[in-house]
Design a protein around this ligand. Sequence first.
Ligand SMILES: Cc1ncc(COP(=O)(O)O)c(C=O)c1O
Length: 424
Amino acid sequence: MTSTSGLSQRAKMAGGQPISHLMHQALANPNLISLAAGFVDPATLPVELAGEAVAALLADPTEARRALQYGTNSGLAPLREALLERFHTADGTTPAETGLTLDNLVVTAGSNELLHLLADTLFDPGDIVLCGAPEYFVYLGVLGNLDVRAIGVAIDDQGMIPEALEAELARLDAAGELSRVKAIYITSYYSNPSTVTLSAARRPRIVALAERYSRAHRIYVIDDAAYRELRYAGDDTPSLRAYDSSGETVIVAQTFSKCFSPGIRVGYGILPRALVEPVLNQKGNIDFGAPNFTQHLIWNVIERGQLDAHVERLRASYRSKLAAMLDALEEHLGDIPGVSWRRPTGGLYVWLELPEGLAAGPASKLFGAAVAAGVLYVPGEYCFPREGVPVRRNSIRLSFGVQNEPGIARGIAALGRAIRDVLS
Ligand SMILES: Cc1ncc(COP(=O)(O)O)c(C=O)c1O
């Protein structure tokens, strides 16, 4: 009998996720400069703001008891009200235009809970989700764990290419597999990992394609907007929901993890009406309400008008860390033929492409050389769906979230040495 013989299929499939390998490397080599973790900057975490909010909450016994009690399954009503208002303001839309009410909004324990709930609500084994290639690897793990097929669609500097999406939908249709397609998933702002924002021009085309191919059932568009607030240059772009005139196709996943604190685990979904009850039913089986105390906490911060100023401070800090990473890349990798990277205008990442044939995967010479030189990165191959666009093994995701500027410079210098070493 093996030690795993009693485990479910899903538990067995959950093993071997990329994140375990990276954590293992980080723990085994504590002196490594990690440009791998997608964590936010510890230096800009809102210690004072959170302290003030907690003190204010606990100072009023009635309020404190409310916050320390179970909440409701869909989340704290005044918080949802504030979130809905902020969403409309950001998108430049009105409730009359979108048809959205409080009932469309569900608060979750981080947006990852929402992604899980949606997966449980929508997908059966063998179903298909179309994703950008590359895409958020944790989500690819969620799909893999449910035996859902992720198929990669080509992207460029404007995000998912509508023509490529259409070709994939047509191909699946011709193969008799359209009825298995349940969703299109896009990290639509400063994507993790590609750093690309889906352009405003492409957004209505993606929604229209989902609608056009929704024959056997609706194909949802999941707009993962985790990095929307982390914008360092250029204008904001309306969410995909702003282009969904029926309000029945687009699901928006949002979170306070990147723009405030991941430790509070507050995320939320803006759902088409038909999905609200099924998602809440799933949620009722799991936690029947996201952590209530931290919902009160973030509501307090919003109510006191402190969130926007905090986001401005974050932007200033990340803007200069991103510049530090781009400068260091120029200095240490700029003259290596075949090495290129996008210049993001937001988010926490830089996506690097290496010369053709130079593998960067976890078992590659380069990965070993990088660890030996003192730096950890995320192999880009983790971020490619198993089907569709071929995996680019010569790619790397770097994050400037956690390290300070000298750490970023040292990490990139080490990566430059490792690449030269392996190429020589
Ligand atoms: C694209 C994307 N979506 C969702 C999440 C999950 O965030 P949380 O569950 O903390 O809200 C992350 C976290 O890194 C992310 O990068």
